[in-house]
Design a binder for this molecule. Structure first.
Ligand code: BT5
Length: 255
């Protein structure tokens, strides 16, 4: 791993206690995994100004030029029961941070998008690995559009938004990172403490009650997004009346 360009220590929080800041990285996810392999502690974070191969789920591309976005990955070493709640806690934390930073109310599109008026403002990517010792490590990736001009990115020009596009303000990435990490630290601690994060998530999800089409391995299902269960899985009622329980990891949603 190269030496970070900047480092920030925050003794008031566990997640984000040590942030390693870089200029250009291939992906903050890869950098966080490298730190994990080197034994980095729970809560260590990596932030980059830009990425050459930022990724979403299913190896999709994540777009952002220098200074456009908060590009952040956080290493967590969670108890097994908390793993399904990482995306839940992170999307809620991003909504809280967006409200604090810009006064903007965002909603969650199940399972991992934060959006405003139907346009995607942020995406969350949770990756997990179990080591030979049986311990689980996860890297939570957050891409939050701060100053990005959607029109400059043809692939997402019609589907993305940014805090700048919504408010005309300028948002400093390092500050945004600290705000998001503080919110994530609180949401994570609440999840570990047994608080019902899914109840909060249900209120933030604007997917529920809508007719959706869900890509699943080997096909697609269409129906009404009825609810989410205790692990954040989608309960989809298809037209034949059957209810399907769909884990976030395996499916994509098209509304
Ligand atoms: C996600 O994937 O939404 C998770 C994105 C996580 C990105 C962060 S950046 C920091 C960290 N390091 C990484 O390498 N990744 C994480 P998914 O649900 O698969 O959505 C991907 C799709 O979102 C793409 O196929 C595009 O359609 C769209 N997209 C790409 N860039 C975008 C952007 N900047 N804003 C809005 N939508 C975007």
């Amino acid at each position: 791993m190269d030496t970070p360009v900047w480092e920030r220590f925050d003794s008031a929080h566990t997640l984000g206690r040590h942030i390693n800041g870089y200029g250009t990285l291939v992906s903050t996810q890869d950098a966080a995994w490298a730190l994990a392999d080197a034994g980095a502690r729970h809560g260590t974070a990596v932030q980059a100004d830009t990425q050459t191969q930022g990724r979403g789920r299913f190896a999709r591309r994540w777009e952002a030029g220098p200074g456009d976005a908060l590009l952040l990955s956080v290493l967590v070493r969670p108890p097994l029961a908390v793993v399904p709640l990482l995306t839940v806690a992170t999307t809620l934390a991003v909504c809280d941070a967006v409200r604090a930073l810009a006064g903007v109310e965002a909603a969650v599109k199940w399972p991992n998008d934060v959006h405003v008026d139907g346009r995607k403002l942020a995406g969350v990517l949770a990756e997990g690995r179990t080591g030979t010792d049986g311990a689980t490590a996860c890297v939570i990736g957050i891409g939050l559009n701060l100053n990005l001009d959607p029109a400059a990115h043809p692939a997402i020009a019609e589907t993305a938004t940014s805090l700048r596009a919504l408010t005309s303000g300028y948002f400093e990435p390092a500050h945004a990172g600290a705000v998001v990490l503080a919110a994530l630290d609180g949401a994570y601690a609440a999840g570990v403490g047994g608080e019902d994060l899914v109840a909060r998530w249900r209120a933030a999800l604007d997917t529920l009650g809508k007719r959706v089409r869900v890509g699943v391995p080997g096909g697609a299902l269409a129906g009404i997004a009825e609810d989410v269960d205790r692990e954040g899985r989608l309960l989809l009622r298809t037209d034949d009346g059957r209810v399907h329980t769909l884990p976030a990891g395996d499916v994509t949603l098209a509304t």
